[in-house]
Ligand binder design. Sequence first.
Ligand code: FAD
Length: 381
Amino acid sequence: MTPGAYDAVVVGGGPGGFGAATWLARYRARVLLVDGGEQRNRWVDRSHGYLGDDPVTPRDLLGRAGRQLAAYPEVEQRAAQVRHCARRPDAMFAVTLDTDAEVVAARLVLATGVEDAFPEVAGFFEHYGAGVFHCPTCDGYETQGRDVVALGWSAEVTGFALSLLGWAASVTVVTDGRRFEGDDGQRAELARAGVAVLEDDATELLGTRGDLRALRLRRMGELPCQVAFFSIAHRPRTALARQLRCVLTPEGYIEVDAEAATSVPGVYAAGDVTPGLHLVQVAAAKGAIAGVACARSLRGEGADPDGWQDRLPGYSSAMTEPNRPAMVPDAGRLDELETEIDEIRGRVDDPLGQGDAHFIDGGQPADDRTDDLVAPPDPEA
Ligand SMILES: Cc1cc2nc3c(=O)[nH]c(=O)nc-3n(C[C@H](O)[C@H](O)[C@H](O)COP(=O)(O)OP(=O)(O)OC[C@H]3O[C@@H](n4cnc5c(N)ncnc54)[C@H](O)[C@@H]3O)c2cc1C
């Protein structure tokens, strides 16, 4: 290993990156966590649904995570932006920061999150994270008994608005002056559910933080609401993944296997930048999976994704297990399992191989059948 090199650089200091760095540290890997400080929920007053900490202010949660991580001497944390990552000829990674510092690491974990597109409405950031949200799963619960505006114009707004009706007293779609892109069927579906679609400009959110009163529309005036959601777009932050040539999904997320390994040997990914639910707890869990898998790979343990063999630095031994898809066994493996199950059935039905079923009592074959296949020996005997 290159002198002074890190075992792993974790890019991103949200729940995904902290999860990965924690578990790398617990495997005694030397870790550098680099974070640009733009966690997706940095505007939010209260984040919900994290076990044992519900609700919690994201700043408090991440502050605690950062302090707890700092207790591990294996970990260094830097506030910086990673500009560039590249594989070196010795198969290590060169990581360039915006401070122009260059560090070297045997592994990378990308936990870079996603970026949201925001509507251009006056007062937006006054209310964002208190009365304005974008994810019904995260913040739908708090809309009970409230009038909600769903700001957006794509066909997806249909499902978005209907899902909000599962909690809210009423939902109105405002297209911000654009034409609603849904078809007639979607318009009819919204109408049947009592959701009006207003094709008017949203100009200003009225009220104070935590007390949203209305959305002002250019032509139609004030639309009373206590909560607003927007559904415009979000973009996974994949600049580094693309530099490294990681395969992305058709939706633009970093493709990972069950152990958070990307298509590029030595590069793992976790959190919102990978496919799946966008929740703090999920991001932290994905980080834990990436951290453990990455740390085990440094020890030459764990899964061995296709194409990674002999292409990773820092191994003291060959990797041990093939990357057998854990959740979806291939057809050959299913046949093997079937044969194993048949053999086990045979042993249970006919433990002594004498043709008839025999049952065991007190460690001995029993003459009479009982309901139990095997009875434990009598401790008094
Ligand atoms: C309004 C809102 C409300 C939400 N409410 C909830 C809720 O109630 N409950 C819930 O469970 N979830 C909620 N979420 C979702 C939650 O915020 C995300 O799922 C979670 O933050 C994802 O964690 P992450 O680590 O993947 O990404 P992030 O937390 O976004 O962290 C990514 C980090 O990577 C850094 N980074 C990116 N690129 C680089 C680079 N090149 N160099 C250095 N650093 C870089 C960024 O600066 C950022 O700090 C909410 C999100 C929003 C926007």
